[in-house]
Design a binder for this molecule. Structure first.
Ligand code: UD1
Length: 364
């Protein structure tokens, strides 16, 4: 029996590993697939709710490394993961995305001579001030096999000299979760709960350090939200990082009363809100992809994106961080200027099955 360990740490990892875990069930005679949760995200709303809703088993290993400084986080995950790998001796580890847990565990496996597979490889924002960009570059450099989600990923890896034999274009594994849970997403009661009418509200998420860690930037975002709230109901589920900074800068009481402020939401409720919104305004990576799949309008408050297919093919508009310009773009959508989009190749709900089939053939 072969053994595979997949690593999850932060919120965006859960919807990527859940379909992989389910796809491995088809090979349960040959492979034991185990999940290791680093604990990078530890609140119920940032972690447990996703395990429950995405029907993932309890992680086989929980490292309990809640966030300290980024260095502490990475170093502590590495020390704890070394023990797991020495004890378990897996044939392969799978890391997904670009969070600190991804690179921390990838580096440990590399030093212990254990094969590493990176899912969502090749994405580049070309902005090394983002910790995620460094995590992506380093993880791809260590990986024995790289699964790519969009055409830009193939091009980037080619430019970096990665051999074709190590790369597979398989589509977007996060979309597997969206496809699988659409019936549950459609059945969510969140619109009633928040007294919302479909297509008549704006959904906003903000958590990038560059947007929320600095008082001036966060103040501009609050002003922007208040302007939008004068025209439309705004739903604003607040990430812990953003909540902490709003409080620290005494801005938590200054949000307009037409803004529904809530804790981070579970997967089905959040996706239901995205699917029924008039527009999503975000600085997230994954939400750019989910709105492209759902063909919903998305305005991204960042200067770059590592997911360019959402702009070239999808419904995403990359506006930058000048909130006046973001407001202009929002007003255009309110005025009916809609960006039409199509769904990228192989974002079809079958990506995890393709990943497992390739892993079985090449490594297991
Ligand atoms: C991390 C990822 C980011 C991803 C985001 C999604 C890295 C470098 N960044 O950023 O790519 O988009 O997750 O959410 O890995 N906190 C809590 N409860 C939690 C989790 C975090 O209160 O369950 C607090 C932490 O204590 C910390 C802050 O939120 O103060 C930031 O957490 P951290 O894991 O360092 O990074 P994120 O900003 O969440």
């Amino acid at each position: 029996m072969k053994k595979v360990i997949s690593v999850v740490g932060a919120r965006p990892n859960f919807m990527k590993v859940a379909p992989i875990h389910k796809a491995f069930a088809a090979y349960s005679d040959l492979v034991q697939h185990l999940i290791c949760h680093t604990g990078q995200h530890y609140d119920k709303a940032m972690s447990k709710v996703f395990f429950d809703e995405l029907e993932m088993p309890q992680p086989a290993f929980y490292l309990g490394i809640s966030s300290g400084s980024q260095i502490e986080q990475i170093a502590n995950i590495m020390l704890a993961f070394e023990n797991i790998l020495k004890q378990e001796k897996p044939d392969l580890i799978i890391v997904v995305g670009d969070v600190n847990s991804t690179i921390a565990c990838g580096l440990v496996a590399s030093r212990l001579g254990i094969k590493i597979v990176h899912v969502e490889a090749g994405l580049r924002s070309f902005d090394r001030e983002m910790p995620e960009e460094v995590n992506r570059l380093l993880t791809d450099a260590l990986a024995d096999h790289l699964f790519v989600s969009e055409p830009a990923g193939l091009l980037n890896l080619k430019h970096e000299g990665v051999s074709d034999a190590k790369i597979s274009y398989v589509g977007n594994v996060m979309i597997d979760s969206l496809v699988a849970y659409l019936p549950k997403i459609n059945a969510s009661n969140i619109l009633n709960e928040f007294k919302l009418t479909a297509d008549k509200y704006v959904l906003v998420t903000m958590h990038r350090p560059s947007n929320v860690d600095d008082k001036e930037s966060l103040l501009e975002i609050v002003d922007f939200l208040n302007d939008i709230a004068a025209m439309r109901t705004v739903v604003f589920p607040i990430h812990p990082r953003t909540r902490n900074h709003l409080k620290a800068f005494n801005l938590d009481e200054s949000l307009h009363n037409n803004i529904i402020v809530c804790d981070p939401l579970g997967y089905t409720d959040f996706m239901c809100l995205a699917k029924n919104s008039e527009l999503v305004v975000t600085d997230s990576g994954g939400i750019q992809e989910e709105t492209t799949f759902l063909q919903k309008q998305c305005i991204t408050v960042r200067n770059n994106t590592e997911r360019p297919v959402t702009v070239t093919l999808g419904t995403n508009q990359l506006i930058g961080t000048n909130m006046q310009e973001v407001k202009t773009a929002v007003m255009e959508v309110f005025g009916g200027k809609i960006k039409s989009g199509s769904i990228p190749e192989l974002w079809d709900g079958m990506t995890a099955k393709r990943i497992c089939a390739i892993l079985m053939e090449k490594f297991l």
